[in-house]
Design a binder for this molecule. Structure first.
Ligand code: ADP
Length: 260
């Protein structure tokens, strides 16, 4: 009887701990959701006046201004544009980071998504004189997911490859079904990433302190958004890179929907 009592006491304690942990987890989730909604509201509210500022600045571009004023105007415009990029990225991050947002998976052809993104980035890629090689099977490569999120994921990764690769470089994209997963790799011949920076790449607002990188406009939110989208799709993302030698980002996504 003593032993049974002991076991019961143990089980009760376990149940209490379990319940406490469940409640804690719920609270963390609620807080994360609140944070996302707060960021969404703020970025939304900032967008309207910012659009007005940028609109007026554009109007003033055609005015004949003294050189000194024109210089200041350009600086103001660059600042406002930077702010807009930040607001847009924050809005997307708040949408994908909200844990209360559940994914309703739908079969998405990743090869088509990559083709679409390449089409949209065409002007940038040509301007940068970049060669793009896209290697994918002839048939569609479908993954269960959210087409808007997957499009954003590819835009950010391919956009980064273009941004951080000097003129004349090459971007190689491969898409291969690999067992139960689908693997998408984006390799560039760009500036590369140091091992210390690789540790922090997916943090919100992280940008390399490399002067070569700081000259290129960015918000440091692109990869945080990618990371969250990959997580939402129950996938993984890895990076292999060396400074001066380029980078490879590999996303691995389940080819089949997980049973609920
Ligand atoms: P952003 O490009 O707006 O700065 P990201 O979150 O997309 O923000 O990327 C974070 C940082 O990771 C970049 O500032 C850059 O230092 C580094 N990075 C990302 N992609 C690449 C790449 N393909 N090659 C070299 N560095 C990269």
């Amino acid at each position: 009887a003593l032993e049974i009592g002991h076991d019961l006491g143990h089980a009760l304690k376990n149940a209490q701990t379990f319940e406490r942990e469940r409640r804690l987890l719920e609270e963390v989730r609620e807080l994360a959701s609140y944070k996302s909604r707060l960021i969404a509201t703020i970025s939304h509210e900032l967008r309207t006046p910012l659009t007005a500022v940028l609109g007026h600045l554009e109007l003033m571009e055609s005015a004949r201004l003294p050189v000194l004023v024109a210089g200041s105007m350009q600086a103001v415009q660059r600042g406002a544009q930077r702010m807009r990029r930040m607001v847009e990225d924050l809005l997307v991050l708040s949408q994908v980071a909200d844990p209360s947002r559940v994914l309703d998976p739908y079969p998405v052809d990743l090869a088509q998504v990559v083709e679409d993104v390449l089409g949209l980035l065409d002007v940038t890629l040509t301007r940068q004189e970049l060669t793009v090689v896209f290697d994918a099977p002839d048939e569609p490569v479908r993954v269960p997911g959210d087409v808007v999120g997957l499009d954003r994921m590819c835009t950010n990764l391919i956009g980064n490859a273009a941004k951080y690769t000097p003129k004349g470089g090459t971007i190689t994209i491969t898409l291969v079904p690999s067992g139960e997963m689908v693997e998408l790799s984006i390799t560039d011949t760009g500036v590369g990433i140091s091992p210390e920076d690789q540790e922090r790449l997916f943090e919100e607002f992280f940008r390399s302190s490399d002067p070569e990188v700081l000259d290129i406009p960015g918000t440091g939110l692109g990869l945080a958004i990618v990371h969250r989208i990959v997580e939402q799709h129950h996938g993984t993302i890895d990076v292999v890179s060396a400074p001066g030698e380029g980078s490879t980002f590999t996303v691995s996504l389940p080819a089949k929907a997980r049973p609920v």
